[in-house]
Ligand binder design. Structure first.
Ligand code: ADE
Length: 274
């Protein structure tokens, strides 16, 4: 059964002592104090397999190239993404694009040739940052978050979850120099709307991929998750106590104890993915 977001871990984990005692406040302080705002397991720079009990389990290494690493600390160190790191099934790191900026002012953007509003991310810092990330993890798939990309779907999340490493470039400002796409494997859009940058889309991808890694969701394997819903269906409506709340009743079928009929009802309620 899936754990709720705030339920305690089933088994105590041993990274940084008992993580059950590591409150969210402690974690936040840790993020702020660390030179890089992530937990960083000692071997986080390489995607590799880790032994966890019987068999060998895959670890996903996600490197994020961004001008705003501070945006990620809270999201990646909370709830399921935190647990995935704690279990040694995922590691996250940020590469600050500013570190690769040019000149004394660490310039990362410039005006577009041909005129036009806004500033574009320059190619040199982006290339250098991708090169660093590739040196850490040569087989990683490079993603560029952009509203011009292919629409992100659950099928894409499943495909990415089968890899061992991702490098996610967060686009920023009014765009980027098109030549960066020569080092990119996939351009991804999370929807037909324009956000200020690729940071939130990168979080969406990280979350949707990491939860599919076998072992991340409280003991389930992703295969089990897929057979549960064939990978194509969103969940049916669910209810918990009380049986009646503000005049709204739990559907009788769910109180019937007839598991066959309940399964049929749930199947009928499932919403299909695009
Ligand atoms: N950057 C800005 N808007 C975006 C979107 N919709 N998807 C991915 N990256 C983006």
């Amino acid at each position: 059964m899936a754990q709720s977001a705030d339920s305690p871990l089933e088994a105590p984990l041993v990274i940084k002592g008992n993580t059950e005692e590591l409150s969210r406040k402690d974690r936040k302080a840790e993020c702020q104090l660390a030179p890089n705002p992530f937990l960083f397991l000692p071997d986080s720079s390489h995607a590799h397999a880790v032994g966890l009990g019987a068999g060998t389990i895959k670890k996903m290494n996600i490197q994020i190239i961004t001008l705003f690493p501070e945006m990620f600390a809270e999201v990646l160190n909370t709830s399921m993404l935190f647990k995935a790191q704690d279990k040694g099934l995922a590691s996250f790191s940020c590469i600050n694009l500013r570190d690769y900026g040019l000149g004394p002012r660490k310039q990362v953007d410039d005006t577009p040739y041909g005129g036009g509003d806004g500033m574009l991310l320059k190619p040199e810092p982006l290339f250098a940052a991708v090169e660093t990330a590739k040196a850490n993890d040569p087989k990683a798939t490079v993603l560029l978050m952009t509203p011009r990309g292919e629409r992100y779907t659950q099928a894409k999340a499943r495909a990415l979850a089968k890899t061992t490493g991702l490098i996610i470039i967060c686009g920023r400002y009014e765009g980027y120099d098109e030549r960066v796409t020569s080092v990119v494997d996939q351009q991804i859009s999370i929807g037909d709307y324009v956000l200020t940058g690729g940071e939130i889309p990168a979080m969406v991808v990280a979350d949707s991929v990491v939860r599919l890694i076998p072992g991340v969701l409280g003991g389930e394997t992703s295969a089990e998750v897929e057979s549960f819903s064939d990978g194509q269906t969103l969940e049916y409506p669910q209810y918990t106590r009380p049986e009646e709340f503000k005049g709204m009743k739990v559907p009788n079928i769910l109180l019937s104890g007839n598991h066959g009929e309940i399964a049929k009802w749930r199947k009928g309620q499932n919403k299909q993915y695009d």
